[in-house]
Design a protein. Structure first.
Length: 355
């Protein structure tokens, strides 16, 4: 994207893996990264997973974001990998970080599932990744895996998390937040019946509440707000009279309110089908552009290799010409030596006495 002509900004892509490291002091819930280790702490995991996992320290990820802004590295992609340990190594690091009364809960046996049983167990070895460009261009020295595990386990225990049952998936937390948002939106809609001039204000506040939450729940929340609003707004104001003018004003207000609620409904339930189609086309176009950029980078790399090969061929040709010239000079010297040898033999033969 940053390579497009006229682009007003530079884009740097950071690719972190599973993020470990210290938790925030007083963190109220157990996050997904820490949940990968809490099963080894409380003993709920009986066997060590026979696999490797790429991890990175959270402090290194934060530093990478800061350095990507400070340094001129736009248009690049950086791998953020602090190591790829086998889970057997991770279990040993967890055991070293735990107190003496909790070390016995950490498993020691490596799991053997159907795949390793049939194909043979893979060796418990780590996988190496080349992160030299990240360390060179961003100036980052990644934290060792042992330190990542130690800091995570210690801060996890300090925050009071020592059981896998304390982990609540993100989607369940989102569901609870959206249920509370739905009730908040309903309260806002019920308060619309007090005064006519407060309707627009509360409606905008309700939309601000809706925008904060996950879009898959917007449909149900907006429907709830729409149904509640319909029941409270179709009434006359206290100063209205039973005459044609006041009835016309009430009808006009009802029409405006319907238009406002329909606008809220459309904004909450998403864009129209045409807009969604446009978004899909833009996503496909972005995918095609990224593919074209990757092909261009590949062509540039191949062109660079071609230039290197041509320069190597030219140097080898020059070397061959030098060797040929040296060979020609050697052949001339050999001919001169042969001629001299013949003359010496002829002189020696002429100097011998005849029988």
């Amino acid at each position: 994207m940053s390579k497009e002509p006229g682009c007003p900004f530079g884009l740097t892509v950071l690719l972190p893996t599973l993020i470990w490291g210290p938790m925030i002091p007083g963190q109220p819930h157990l996050n997904t990264s820490a949940s990968a280790l809490v099963g080894y702490v409380d003993g709920s995991i009986q066997e060590i997973e026979n696999a490797c996992k790429t991890v990175v320290d959270v402090r290194d990820v934060a530093k990478a974001h800061v350095e990507a802004i400070r340094r001129d590295v736009a248009g690049r992609r950086f791998l953020l990998i602090g190591g790829s340990p086998h889970f057997k190594e991770v279990a040993n690091y967890i055991r070293d970080a735990l107190p003496e009364d909790m070390k016995a809960k950490v498993p020691t046996k490596v799991s053997e599932k159907l795949g390793p049983t049939v194909l043979g167990p893979p060796p418990p070895l780590s996988v190496a990744y080349d992160v030299a460009p990240t360390e060179k261009l961003l100036g980052i020295h990644f934290t060792p895996v042992r330190e990542q595990v130690r800091s995570m386990v210690q801060t996890m225990l300090e925050n009071g998390f020592s059981s896998a049952e304390q982990y609540v998936p993100d989607r369940n937390r989102t569901r609870q937040e959206l249920v509370s948002a739905r009730s908040e939106t309903a309260d806002l809609a019920r308060r619309l019946s007090n005064r006519r001039w407060r309707m627009t204000l509360h409606l905008e506040s309700g939309w601000d509440v809706l925008r904060k939450h996950h879009e898959r729940w917007l449909l149900s929340v907006a429907f709830h707000a729409f149904g509640a609003a319909r029941q409270v707004v179709w009434r006359r104001t206290p100063d209205s009279r039973d005459d044609r003018t006041s009835r016309g004003r009430v009808a006009a207000w009802q029409w405006l309110w319907r238009k406002k609620v329909v606008s809220l409904w459309r904004r909450a339930t998403g864009l129209s089908q045409r807009d969604r189609l446009r978004e899909d086309q833009e996503a496909q176009l972005g995918h095609h552009r990224s593919s074209i950029w990757e092909l261009q980078e590949c062509v540039e790399r191949l062109h660079g290799r071609r230039v290197d090969i041509n320069s190597l061929l030219q140097s080898e040709r020059a070397r061959v010409q030098e060797l040929e010239s040296e060979l020609g000079s050697c052949q001339g010297q050999v001919k001169e030596l042969q001629r001299t040898l013949k003359e010496l033999l002829r002189a020696a033969v002429s100097g011998l006495p005849r029988a």
